[in-house]
Ligand binder design. Structure first.
Ligand code: SF4
Length: 291
């Protein structure tokens, strides 16, 4: 059995930057708070936890603090209200919002200024996802989020999206480029001349889709490694599964079933933008040792 790791899998630039920042900080100080998981990968989170990273689910339950603890804003970004609340609670903030996300946040604020008072901001993304909350927060929640084409149809039918008024549409950085294109084509047809489309899918993610498609087709079995909470992981795994029926998603070695493999299989190991290289290597070694 041959086992190959996808050379293009592993952390994206935004995640590398945030983790590097956290590790640098923790090499000098003993404790750093992160609002939400710095990366949607349980194994990598445990590694960082051991160095002093503490993940907070929200700032709501945190009382005002007298010493000045430090709060890291992860690559997904946050709405302006989070920065205000963190300061009120006594945190010093270190901001590792990905520069790509920061620029989309700025574009949304500018679009809102252009469109007011009649226009609409539409965001193609996962409802409740941290990056999407950060984007919606740029216009104080006055954006409509759609997760897919059926939901877009519903929101048009219910009047939540008014096709007679101008709109600008943005995508969460990790969504599927193919799905976004189809959704924008549908909406442009419904509102000719009134829709501006912003190409905001991260270039690293878009190229990963093309490269991963070739990788999934080129192997007998695909073992896709990612945390269950990773939105990008779900999208990329679905892509693998649609092209290679023998695709399996695992969080780590303990979830691998030896019965997935035949002795002459060519196995591909790949992952999401939140999957560390060391975990891909661990999984590949585990599979090689099965036969
Ligand atoms: S996927 Fe792209 S936009 Fe999102 S954090 Fe990574 S590099 Fe930044």
């Amino acid at each position: 059995m041959k086992v190959e790791i996808d050379p293009n899998s592993g952390f994206c630039g935004g995640v590398i930057r945030a983790i590097g920042g956290a590790e640098k900080f923790l090499s000098e100080r003993s404790r750093l708070y992160s609002l939400g998981a710095i990366v949607h990968n349980e194994a990598e989170l445990s590694r960082l936890q051991a160095k002093g990273l503490i993940t907070l689910e929200s700032l709501d339950g945190v009382g005002s603090v007298t010493a000045t603890p430090t709060l890291l804003i992860r690559a997904h970004g946050e709405p302006p209200s989070t920065y205000r609340l963190a300061r009120e609670k006594g945190f010093e903030v270190i901001d590792f919002t990905c520069p790509v996300v920061l620029s989309i946040q700025k574009s949304i604020r500018e679009a809102w200024e252009r469109l007011r008072p009649d226009g609409q901001i539409i965001i193609f993304g996962k409802i409740g996802h941290a990056e999407v909350l950060g984007l919606v927060g740029q216009v104080d929640g006055r954006a409509v989020v759609v997760e897919n084409l059926p939901q877009l149809r519903e929101k048009i039918a219910s009047g939540e999206i008014d096709v007679c008024r101008p709109a600008e549409i943005f995508s969460q950085t990790t969504k599927s480029p193919v799905e976004y294109e189809a959704l924008c084509a549908f909406l442009s047809e419904k509102m000719p001349g009134r829709l501006s489309v912003h190409n905001t899918i991260c270039r690293q993610v878009a190229s990963r889709h093309r490269e991963l498609a070739d990788f999934a087709r080129g192997h007998d079995v695909i073992v896709f490694v990612s945390g269950k909470a990773s939105s990008n992981g779900r999208v990329l795994f679905d892509l693998c599964k649609s092209l290679n029926i023998r695709s399996y998603q695992v969080g780590g070695c303990s979830e691998i079933d030896p019965f997935w493999f035949r002795s002459d299989d060519n196995v591909g190991v790949c992952g999401a933008t939140s999957t560390p290289k060391w975990l891909l290597e661990q999984v590949a070694t585990h599979i090689k040792n099965l036969h």
